[in-house]
Design a protein around this ligand. Structure first.
Ligand code: BTN
Length: 329
């Protein structure tokens, strides 16, 4: 979609977000376009996965109100938490927040810069997977961080972010939050959040890290069978809807705080916290690396964040690979 069209579609969504009826005339007058143009924008709204319907004589309405992210509200909350409120941006629809932040690094954004978006058209997960990113349903956040220790510290950093997200959910009242190495946040073996860390820069220098976090809040039902792994979201786990702006502000604040601590004390400051949440601890697992499958007992992490596996009486370290529980053992 072209920028002007995106802007208009977003304005239609903003108007409809209150869950009330709005006529085609009213929407057209607000945007300075015809009713026919509005009916086209409504189709675009539906393509974004938002359930909007029309009643003759009344106009358009969403099946339920949407809480949109708001930059002023986010900034106010960050100030309340005594956190830098200027180094944050909000977009409505992007390809991927990680891509936008990578682009921003070239144009001089500063460390700690956080970007949120309402929707991603090409959201990415780890291992080349897609991260489905419907509008105003979840959180999609990317942060730039200058990692003075260089690229070798990135593995540890990825575990730190998983820990931050898992602890945040526990503080909000979600039970049984766990981590699956390296940083999948899961509840009863269903994924609720994922972390995608991408690096820019040279191996030995300061690393420029893009930290992407996707957190499921309310996955729309039309997507429920399109996600290729067991998943859950906050709407299934909390008794009342969560304030998305507050959640985003808390995520930004806690992520920055953890990154500062990681810079000062390294992973040692987080190992015990990560271990407390470790889903795989002492369990039979297999690590899949390409065509190779390695079996062993998971023994937590080392001080770089590598997965420790006990095999034939020896501890082996794994820095990469897809790990899963072995139910046959
Ligand atoms: C995973 O596979 O578990 C990682 C998922 C990471 C998704 C987030 S959403 C915000 C950021 N932008 C992306 O394109 N991906 C990450």
């Amino acid at each position: 979609m072209k920028p002007l069209r995106i802007e208009r579609v977003v304005r239609v969504i903003e108007t409809l977000s209150d869950g009330q009826f709005h006529s085609g005339e009213e929407l057209g007058a607000a945007l300075g376009v015809s009713r026919t143009a509005i009916s086209q924008y409504i189709k675009d709204v539906q393509k974004l996965g938002i359930d909007v319907f029309r009643v003759t004589g009344k106009g358009y309405r969403l099946s339920s109100p949407l809480q949109l992210l708001s930059l002023p509200e986010l900034q106010e909350l960050l100030e309340e938490y005594q956190e830098d409120s200027t180094n944050v941006a909000l977009e409505r629809i992007v390809t991927s927040t990680n891509d936008r932040v990578k682009h921003g690094i070239k144009y001089g954004i500063s460390s700690g810069h956080a970007l949120l978006a309402e929707a991603q058209t090409q959201g990415r997960g780890r291992r080349g997977k897609r991260w489905l990113s419907p509008f105003a349903s979840n959180l999609y956040m990317s942060m730039y961080w200058r990692l003075e220790q260089g690229m070798s510290a990135a593995m540890g950093l990825s575990l730190v972010i998983g820990t931050v997200v898992a602890e945040l959910l526990s503080e909000l009242g979600v039970y049984d939050v766990q981590l699956k190495w390296p940083n999948d946040v899961i509840i009863h073996d269903k994924k609720i959040a994922g972390v995608l860390i991408e690096l820019e820069g040279q191996a030995l220098d300061t690393a420029h890290v893009v930290i992407g976090v996707g957190l499921n809040i309310a996955i729309p039902s039309y997507l429920s069978d399109k996600i290729d792994q067991p998943w859950t979201d906050l709407s299934q786990l909390l008794p009342t809807p969560i304030d998305r702006n507050r959640l985003a502000a808390l995520l930004i604040m806690k992520t920055r705080a953890a990154l500062r601590e990681y810079g000062q004390h390294g992973l040692a400051a987080f190992t015990a916290r990560w271990n407390r949440l470790d889903r795989l601890a002492k369990k039979p697992v297999c690590v899949i690396m390409g065509d190779t499958v390695i079996e062993g007992i998971a023994e937590g992490i080392d001080d770089t964040g590598a997965l420790l596996l006990s095999r034939n009486g020896k501890l082996e370290r794994f820095h990469a690979g897809e790990v899963s529980l072995r139910y046959d053992a």
